[in-house]
Design a binder for this molecule. Structure first.
Ligand SMILES: CCc1cc(N2CCCCCC2)n2ncc(-c3ccc(F)cc3)c2n1
Length: 258
C-alpha cells in the first residue's frame, strides 16, 4: 500500500512540488481555500470501526485545519460537510452527521469566538433538523462581527441546485422588470449564488484520492487550482495543508491566458 502510494505521489507531484517543507511565501497565501473532506468512512473501515467513528474523527480534524488556516491568515475556508446527495445514506448515518454541527460548536464555539473566526453556512438550511439549524444560527450570530478567518461550512449544499436556484431568481427579476435579459452576465449569475459574499476559491483540496468535484462549487471553481491527495480526511494534518499551499504557490495561474 505504502509503495503504491509513493508511486502515485511521484507520478502526481513534479520535482519542485516535493519541496513543500520549504517556507511558504506568506505574501502569496491563497485567500480562499475549499476542502472536500473525504475518506472518513474508509478511515473507519480500515480500522474495523463503524462509519460514524470516521465522521467523529473527521470532525475532530476540522479544528486542526481551521487553526492552520487561521495561522497562515487564509481569509476564507469552505468545508464541504454535507451534500444534497448525503440524504441518500442510511438514516442512522444521516442523523449522526446532522448531529455534528452542534457537537462541534458545543466544544469549539468559545475558541472560534476567541480566535476571531466568523462562522457561515452555505446551503439549504431550511431542510435541516431544527437542532442543527439552532446550533449553526447561534454560531453565525455570535461570530458575525468577527473579522478573522471566515469558516464557511457547505451544509446541505449542491452546486447544480445552487445554480438552478440562481437562474430561477434571475428569471423572476426579468419577469418583474427588475432585470433585463440582455443584462444577464457572469457577474449577475455569481451575485445570485450562495457563495456571493465570498471570492471564488483559489485552491481546492480533496482528500481520500477521489478525483472528482462531486457537485461542489462547479461555477466558483472555474479558475481554482486543484490539489488531490490520497490521505484520508481524518489523517489530513497541517503538514499536508502546507504542502497543498506550497504546490499552489509553485504553480503559475493563468486564468486562461498564456
Ligand atoms: C452536517 C454534517 C457535518 C459533518 C461533519 N463531518 C463529517 C463529514 C466530513 C468530515 C468532517 C466531519 N462536520 N464537521 C464539522 C461540521 C460542522 C458543520 C457546521 C457547523 F456550523 C459546524 C460544524 C460538520 N457537519
Amino acid at each position: 500500500m505504502l509503495e503504491k502510494f509513493s508511486k502515485w505521489k511521484q507520478a502526481f507531484h513534479t520535482e519542485e512540488e516535493k519541496q513543500y517543507d520549504r517556507n511558504l511565501d506568506l505574501s502569496r497565501i491563497p485567500k480562499h481555500v475549499a476542502i472536500i473532506m473525504d475518506g472518513n468512512g474508509r478511515w473507519a473501515s480500515n480500522r474495523g470501526l463503524p462509519r460514524i467513528a470516521g465522521h467523529r474523527e473527521g470532525m475532530k480534524n476540522v479544528n486542526k485545519i481551521v487553526r492552520a488556516a487561521n495561522a497562515l491568515q487564509v481569509e476564507a475556508l469552505t468545508l464541504y460537510a454535507f451534500s444534497t446527495e448525503n440524504w441518500m445514506r442510511p438514516k442512522a448515518e444521516v442523523d449522526f452527521l446532522l448531529s455534528l454541527p452542534e457537537r462541534y460548536l458545543k466544544s469549539e464555539l468559545p475558541t472560534l469566538i476567541k480566535e476571531n473566526v466568523q462562522v457561515r453556512i452555505m446551503g439549504t438550511k431550511e431542510e435541516l433538523p431544527v437542532h442543527t439549524i439552532r446550533a449553526v444560527d447561534e454560531a453565525i450570530e455570535k461570530t458575525k462581527h468577527n473579522t478573522g478567518l471566515i469558516l464557511n461550512f457547505a451544509l446541505n449544499y449542491g452546486s447544480r441546485f445552487e445554480m438552478a436556484e440562481a437562474m430561477k431568481q434571475i428569471a423572476f427579476k426579468v419577469e418583474s422588470g427588475e432585470l433585463r435579459a440582455e443584462d444577464i452576465n457572469e457577474d449577475v449569475i455569481g451575485a445570485h449564488l450562495m457563495s456571493c459574499q465570498l471570492k471564488d476559491p483559489d485552491l481546492l483540496i480533496r482528500t481520500s484520492g477521489e478525483i472528482r468535484l462531486s457537485n461542489f462549487m462547479l461555477w466558483q471553481l472555474a479558475y481554482s487550482e486543484f490539489w488531490f491527495t490520497p490521505v484520508l480526511w481524518p489523517d489530513f494534518n497541517e503538514n499536508h495543508f502546507r504542502e497543498a499551499i506550497a504546490t499552489y504557490q509553485n504553480r503559475g495561474r493563468r486564468y486562461g491566458g498564456l
